[in-house]
Design a protein around this ligand. Structure first.
Ligand code: R2B
Ligand code: URA
Length: 333
């Protein structure tokens, strides 16, 4: 197998040589043939899909019979996702500015479904995924099918989000090296037909190194690479004391958060495990880049003002904007 890494930044000493989805690594890591084709397009693992004459992407409001998905989305290289519709519209506007693409008439492409909002600016799709794993994975799985049907070439999926930090100053950014689930395993555990299916939740090391490299040029905030706990709840699931229910003591909470720190966890959010697991299983590169809005060793309530929170939420956008512009410079040379 030949290396088919589509490098966005040239290798720097000490960096991982290949992306996680490089065909030279695939057989070793997965024990199966790569899903990536030689032109960068990718196949879906589910063989049942070939029996469908039409696949309805219900929550996106598209299907692969009535829509010319390759014409609409074939040029997509980056899919950026985040929780809210507002933030992802702002991100689309920001990317339009960075790439110097006119943004008048930014259309919500999923207007028939009303579930999510999706915008396209040049090679970038910006889409919201709601809160928590189930909402995010519905969107993510339909986006994965969309990209495959559209014949997008080696697309990169990036989540930009918010999180609670562990022992780092609020406003810092964390790039996730892996997701940790609520029982402290590095996997996304989903019940399938009465049994738990465990899918490893490890992010692409090389992609993270590239992102950290660009992030560390930014003044005014720090960026860390570290583990991310993905909780299934905002309150007790994240060891908070301020939910309507709480069946543990403050010292239990502090011991738990310190144990997370010991494990290398830098932040807590609600999607990382499933996001890492499904993108990796699909043979796609992905990264989870979240700003921390609070230091959970100090407080539970998110108290910064609206304007501070908005400013902090621009930080992941700036890092990803820089990364996308590196790619855009290269293809427009
Ligand atoms: C971070 O923020 C949201 C909860 O406030 C959730 O979607 C997450 O992962
Ligand atoms: N999002 C979370 O899931 N947790 C926090 O503490 C802050 C944002």
């Amino acid at each position: 197998m030949e290396c088919d890494c589509d490098y966005i930044l040239p290798t720097i000493d000490g960096w991982e040589e290949h992306y996680q989805n490089c065909s030279t690594r695939w057989l070793k890591d997965h024990g199966t043939e790569p899903l990536k084709n030689s032109d960068g397009t990718f196949r879906l693992r589910n063989k049942h899909l070939t029996r469908l004459t039409r696949d309805v992407l219900y929550h996106l409001g598209f299907d692969n019979e009535h829509y010319d998905l390759p014409a609409m989305f074939g040029d997509v290289k980056f899919v950026c996702m985040g929780g809210t519709k507002y933030r992802m519209k702002e991100f689309a506007k920001y990317i339009a500015k960075v790439l110097n693409i006119p943004d008048e008439g930014l259309l919500n492409l999923t207007k028939h479904s009303h579930r999510y909002a999706m915008y396209k600016v040049g090679p970038v799709l910006s889409v919201n995924h709601g809160m928590g794993i189930p909402s995010m994975t519905i969107l993510l799985q339909e986006v994965i099918k969309l990209l495959s049907y559209a014949k997008a070439r080696d697309p990169i999926i990036i989540r930009i989000g918010t999180s609670g930090g562990l022992n780092i100053p609020p406003g810092s950014v964390v790039i996730s090296s892996w997701g940790l689930n609520g029982t402290l395993k590095k996997s996304y555990d989903i019940p399938v037909m009465g049994k738990i299916m465990e899918i490893p939740s490890i992010f692409d090391k090389r992609l993270n190194q590239e992102l950290l490299h660009l992030a560390s040029e930014e003044k005014g905030f720090s960026t860390f690479i570290g583990g991310t706990m993905a909780a299934d709840d905002f309150y007790q699931g994240q060891a908070r004391l301020d939910g309507p229910f709480c069946d543990y003591t403050e010292s239990d909470k502090v011991s738990f958060l310190k144990a997370l720190v010991e494990l290398g966890v830098k932040n807590i959010e609600m999607e990382a495990t499933a996001f890492a697991a499904f993108t990796r299983e699909a043979g796609l590169r992905s990264a989870d880049v979240c700003v921390t809005v609070i230091n959970r060793l100090e407080q539970d309530q998110v108290t910064p003002s609206k304007s501070v929170l908005l400013e902090w939420q621009e930080r992941p956008m700036v890092i990803i904007g820089k990364y996308i512009s590196k790619y855009y410079e290269r293809i427009n040379k």
